[in-house]
Ligand binder design. Structure first.
Ligand code: HSE
Length: 405
């Protein structure tokens, strides 16, 4: 029998409990491993829970119990998750997690501690909720040079944008629905402002390059200033607006890593990813484009990935951790202003004649749907050149949104 512990009995932790208990027999049939939950750690009391006796508030119960070999850390945040994880790995217990903040911040160190103590640190649930993406990128695609990753990596913002686009719902109403469904972070600012997606693209970028991409260096812009007008401009060019986590290898020395709202053409598969669904498009030099799609947040979807890691370790306790990434990345991240792309620019003006601007920048289309502003779809150009050209003109920029190429 394999004894496990769950640290954190929130949305994901209770989902892990449910999946392991409900699917215990089928997991045993498929793998020959009987996985039992010995402890659940939480600071709160659950007096009405049918298994109230397995709850503990004392981390040492788990740390000092030699029977427990695998621990699911689903507490979220850095404190005390970082300290607990280090101590567990240091005594040779394997840890699986959905904690993207911890993986993005200290993943390299925790993987090394795991390796040194013949334990594993697995984090399939940290990106894309229930979507298998960490294992495919680190194992199935590891013979490729990863050229690009473009993903809808945050279910809450995708749900909100989708409600705005398809139902014209107000931002706050859609956010409340996402929270009620258990998609949002404790503080939804992390979702809305793109921080959650930035942790996730830094994890995928680290997998893609084999060196740590620090999210502090990742340009991050959320959706809080996206309006129904922006959505209407996008629809006029047969596109939608999505929050995209983006990585691109420029050459052997440089890459782009960013999170921002982007205009996504209806021809692109990512445009059809709606609601809480996430999708990640990964392009490798050998495989070409691949796409991974599924529930990006929520109790059971995320628990599915956490439990998959638990079963993997139960089946292969002695197989070494794949080496994911080194503490330093050799690729330099380009500044945001050096992004080369098409842009959807909205300009404040009552004069719809933009020919003076067209003399300075390539314009593909002018979208005239409001009395005192105009939308302009540019040709491919460097963002810095675009901002300089408009800055030196008589027009005032309202907004610049990159078009996903
Ligand atoms: N708040 C996150 C989201 C949860 O909405 O995608 C999953 O990481």
């Amino acid at each position: 029998m394999v004894k496990v512990a769950i640290m954190g009995f929130g949305t994901v932790g209770s989902g892990v409990y449910e999946v392991l208990r409900n699917n215990r027999k089928s997991i045993m049939t498929k793998t020959g491993k009987d996985i039992d939950i010995k402890y659940i750690l939480d600071i709160r009391d659950f007096p009405d829970h049918p298994e109230k006796d397995i709850f503990t508030k004392n981390f040492d119960d788990i740390l000092n119990d030699p029977e427990v070999t695998i621990v699911a850390e689903v507490m979220g945040g850095l404190k005390p998750a970082y300290d607990f994880t280090k101590r567990l790995l240091s005594v040779g217990k394997s840890v699986v997690t959905s904690n993207k903040e911890l993986v993005a911040t200290y993943g390299d160190e925790l993987m090394q501690i795991a390796k040194a103590n013949e334990a594993k640190y697995l984090f399939e649930a940290s990106v894309g909720g229930g979507i298998p993406i960490i294992r495919p990128m680190s194992q199935c695609l590891n013979a490729n040079n990863i050229i690009s990753v473009a993903g809808i990596l945050n279910g809450t913002t995708n749900f909100i944008l989708n409600q705005m686009i398809s139902k014209g719902k107000a931002f706050d109403v859609a956010l409340k629905e996402a929270q009620d469904n258990g998609y949002a972070e404790k503080d939804p600012t992390a979702d809305i402002e793109g921080f959650d997606a930035s942790r996730k693209i830094s994890i995928l970028g680290s997998l893609a390059t084999g060196g740590k991409i620090d999210y502090n260096n990742v340009y991050t812009k959320g959706i809080s200033d996206i309006t129904l007008t922006d959505i209407e401009y996008a629809s006029k060019i047969d596109s939608v607006i999505k929050l995209i986590g983006f990585f691109k290898r420029i050459d052997d020395n440089k890459c782009i890593v960013k999170v921002s709202p982007m205009v996504v053409s209806n021809d692109n598969l990512l445009s059809g990813v709606n609601g809480v669904y996430n999708a990640v498009m990964v392009e490798g030099d050998a495989v070409g484009k691949t796409m991974f799609y599924g529930h990006g947040a929520g109790k059971l979807a995320t628990a599915s990935a956490v439990c998959g890691d638990i079963v993997d370790i139960a089946e292969n306790p002695h197989k070494h951790n794949t080496s994911y990434w080194e503490p330093e990345c050799s690729l330099q991240i380009l500044p945001e202003e050096e992004t080369v792309a098409k842009f959807l620019v909205t300009i404040k003006t009552t004069d719809k004649n933009v020919s003076s601007l067209a003399a300075k920048i390539g314009i593909e289309e002018v979208i005239d749907i409001r009395p005192d502003e105009v939308g302009v779809l540019t040709k491919e150009m460097m963002k810095k050149d675009l901002l300089d050209a408009i800055g030196n003109s008589s027009f005032d920029i309202i907004k610049v949104i990159q078009v996903l190429g």
